[in-house]
Design a protein around this ligand. Structure first.
Ligand code: PXL
Length: 279
C-alpha cells in the first residue's frame, strides 16, 4: 500500500485540513501519516478559536520516523502555521523526499482576495519559496496573486491567467495547477501547466454558487490520493473537481448543513466507487 505524509493543522471542529485529508486519503486506499502543525479548537473562521502551536514537535517526530526508516510515496503540505514551519517543511522534503516521493503543496493561506487571519505578506512570500520545492502546487487565485505580487481580479480573462501561470511557473514547481478557474460562463475548474513540457492541464465542471470552508482541502486530498494511486494528472484533477462539486451540491440539499464545512462524509462512498473505475 502506498503511504502519504500530510503536514497541516488539526482543527478539532471544522471539517478542514487533517480531519478531511485523513479520512479521504485513507478511503482512497492510501496509508495516511499525519504531522500536525498546530491544534486549533476550530478553523480560523470561527470567532475566539484556541491554538496550540506544535512547531517544536515537528523535528522530534520526524527524527523518530527517520530512525525507523520510514518512507513516503508523497508528502502533501497544507495549512502551515508559521515561517518556521515552512523552513521545517523544506527540511522534511530533504529528509524524506527523492525521485520516488511526490511533493504536493497546497499553499493554504488565503481565499476570496484576502489572507486568512493568521497570515501576512511576508508569510505569502515564504510560501512562494516553498512552492519551488514542489512537483505539484494547487493554489487558488487569491493565493496565486499573493505569491506573485499580482493584482487580484475576479473578472479574469485568459491573458491574465496565462500571465499568472507564467509567474507561478517561475517559482519552480513542476506542475502548477490553479484551482477555481474556468473561462466558460457557469463553470469552474482547474487551469494548469506542466512547466517541463508546456502542456496545459484543463478541466471545467459546473460552478455551484456557494462557498464553504474546507473544499480546497477536499480537492487537494483527492488529487494527491489519486495521483498516488497512479492516476494521470488530468484524471486525478477531474476526479477531485467532480467530487468537490458533488459534495457541495449534496451539502446544499441538507437542511441541517453546518455553516463551517461540507458533508464529505456522505459522498465518500461515491468517491471510492469512482476511483475503482481507474484502479
Ligand atoms: O481549509 C483551510 C484551513 C485549514 N486550516 C485552518 C483554517 C483553514 C481555513 O480557514 O483556518 C486552521
Amino acid at each position: 500500500m502506498k503511504r502519504i505524509l500530510t503536514i497541516q493543522d488539526i482543527s478539532c471542529l471544522g471539517k478542514c485540513s487533517v480531519t478531511v485529508a485523513l479520512p479521504i486519503i485513507s478511503a482512497m486506499g492510501v496509508e495516511t501519516t499525519i504531522l500536525p502543525t498546530a491544534v486549533l479548537s476550530t478553523h480560523t473562521m470561527f470567532p475566539d478559536f484556541t491554538v496550540k502551536d506544535l512547531t517544536d514537535q515537528l523535528i522530534p517526530i520526524t527524527e523518530h520516523w527517520k530512525s525507523q526508516n520510514v518512507k513516503f510515496d508523497a508528502i502533501y503540505t497544507g495549512y502551515l502555521g508559521s515561517a518556521e514551519e515552512i523552513e521545517i517543511a523544506k527540511k522534511i522534503f530533504a529528509d524524506f523526499g527523492g525521485n520516488d516521493t511526490l511533493i504536493f503543496i497546497d499553499p493554504v493561506m488565503a481565499d476570496n482576495g484576502k489572507l486568512y487571519p493568521a497570515f501576512d505578506m511576508e508569510y505569502a512570500k515564504l510560501n512562494a519559496g516553498l512552492c519551488g520545492y514542489a512537483d505539484v502546487i494547487v493554489p487558488n487565485l487569491t493565493e496565486a496573486c499573493f505569491m506573485t505580487d499580482t493584482e487580484y481580479r475576479e473578472d479574469y480573462d485568459k491573458e491574465y491567467i496565462e500571465e499568472l501561470l507564467g509567474k507561478l511557473s517561475k517559482l519552480g514547481a513542476k506542475k502548477v495547477i490553479l484551482t477555481g478557474i474556468a473561462f466558460t460562463e457557469g463553470k469552474t475548474g482547474v487551469y494548469g501547466i506542466d512547466t517541463e513540457t508546456g502542456e496545459r492541464i484543463v478541466y471545467e465542471n459546473d460552478h455551484v454558487d456557494a462557498t464553504f470552508h474546507g473544499t480546497g482541502d477536499i480537492f487537494a486530498s483527492v488529487s494527491v490520493g489519486a495521483i498516488t494511486r497512479g492516476l494521470d494528472m488530468n484524471t486525478a484533477f477531474k476526479l477531485a473537481a467532480d467530487y468537490t462539486a458533488k459534495t457541495i451540491n449534496v451539502t446544499l440539499e441538507n437542511p441541517d448543513k453546518p455553516w463551517y464545512g461540507v458533508d464529505f462524509e456522505a459522498t465518500i462512498p461515491e468517491l471510492v466507487d469512482e476511483l475503482r473505475k481507474y484502479v
